[in-house]
Design a protein around this ligand. Sequence first.
Ligand code: ADP
Length: 599
Amino acid sequence: MSEKPNIKPNSKPNFKNSDIYKTFWQGLRPQKGLFLTALVGYLISAVAGVFVPLYYKDFFDVLQNSVHKSADSETLTKIILIIAAIHILQLIVFRSATLTMNYVESRTMAKLRQDAFNYVIHHSHGFFADNFTGSIIQKVGRFVRSFERMLDTVVYEMLPLTIAVIGAIIVTYTIAPIFSVIIGAWVIFFFSFNLLYSKFMVKYNLASAAADTKTGATLADSIGNHATITSFVGQDFEKKYFKEVTEDQAKLGLKTWNMQQVSTIFQNFLLLFVEFVVFYYAIQYWKNDALTIGSFVLIQAYVINIGNRIWGLNRIMRTFYESISDSREMVEIMQAPHEISDAQNAQSLQVEKGQIDFKNVSFAYGTANASVLNDVSISIAPGEKVALIGPSGAGKTTMIRLIMRLHNATSGMILIDDQDIQTVTQKSLREQVSLVPQEPVLFHRSLKENIRYGRQTATDAEVFEAARLAHCDEFIDILPHKYETLVGERGVKLSGGERQRVAIARAILKNAPILILDEATSSLDSHSENLIQEALEVLMKNKTTIVIAHRLSTIRKMDRVIVMENGSVREEGTHASLIAQDGSLYKKLWDLQVSGFIS
Ligand code: ADP
């Protein structure tokens, strides 16, 4: 953290900005009719703006050449009325276009949020293990806001500026080509300078975006770990940690701002210079009677208008490029192929018996990491109840992740009722397997909704029955809002035992033929323990069951115990047969057990 902030874009080298425009266009496409209508409105309004100085020119020419004041005053009034009419038309068209664009923009932003969410939610377990939740949330937010900024910049700044420049060049050309040359050269130079400078600034903007992401992720991580911080009195450490991250961000931000100032100063001088040159030539033309006062006013009006608008070009392009860097992180995530995808022509998994076979399965988390499972072959008969035990890090959790296909095995196959799980759809696979995790995390929704997650189509009566079988009703009934109680973010308002019972109720509702249970390692009071054991008994009935077991009371109920060590099956057999084997790892673990726990 104390190292120098990294200012290199850490993105894929083959990433193209057009990928961002394409992603934005996907969001915009459903509104394209209204979008084009609004654009035409802005165009009309900008073109009208080019005509106004032409009437001012007439106005001043009439004033200058006036002989019959009463007749001329009528002409002057007419001109002013025309100018007023153009302004009113411009106002109506512009405001209508804005109302339309507001609608288009809000719909598109909602769609982009949905697109981002819909894609991210299908990324794999590995993706979410590798990416901070906080950072993903921030990237989604920035992605959508950058669309808004980019569109606003194009519609409210770039479009009117372009029309103003083209209009001014055409009109001044008819008066004296020198002025269109000056305006043209000025704008081209200004634009090229800004383009190059903005490109040069991209790496700083990218680094700023990355620093911002890091700050957000650190904040989310620390706040998410609030309980740990409090129990380890880590507040001071966290404050220092957060300070370093935010100071790095501030340093990068300051550097970026200062670099922008340099370009602004240069552009200030350039604008002053152009105004001077235009004035100088105008005076020369006027001296030779080649320029009327009206034309003088016209040229000045164009230069001032372009000056005012171009003045923001630096900011406009900066915003544009910032929007690109801000959205890039998210677009990259949206382009990264999902790590786990269905095979072409994947079939639905058909489970009739519930047999599970591991055939020479090996697995490593990423190519750089050591193998976690080595050539594991086991066969679990339909309806069999198996306990997986073994020291921490032996690979038990990894095995159940592979059955759910949260990762693909590196080699070997996993079969369910003789169907390779890599050839069936993920949806059908996961519909046939219920998982009760070790530490269930709940949605910040009502208890009823949380339980119903097991089967969304379940009736209230079915939800209540599942809750009763899982012994959830005992704690739910005494809550003031009962099944409507909100459980707090990630379920923090419930105890571990209560959350596990909610997870069991979900699995009861789901009623899948294969059950995987990752037993809690923490001890529960004996009352909760009994309730959970009873609930599990209901749940396991007639199902092929794999339990990562820590409790002797659970292990004893199993048909078979598989003892894992260092990613391999070390021993297997019934509790009785393994305990009878002298020198078995199981016997060793059994002898070490404390108050009913193997750990
Ligand atoms: P167990 O459930 O038996 O305690 P695990 O299957 O959780 O063991 O872990 C086996 C090994 O894999 C451990 O060394 C662990 O550090 C490693 N591991 C687990 N999850 C990941 C992951 N997402 N990325 C990299 N390594 C992991």
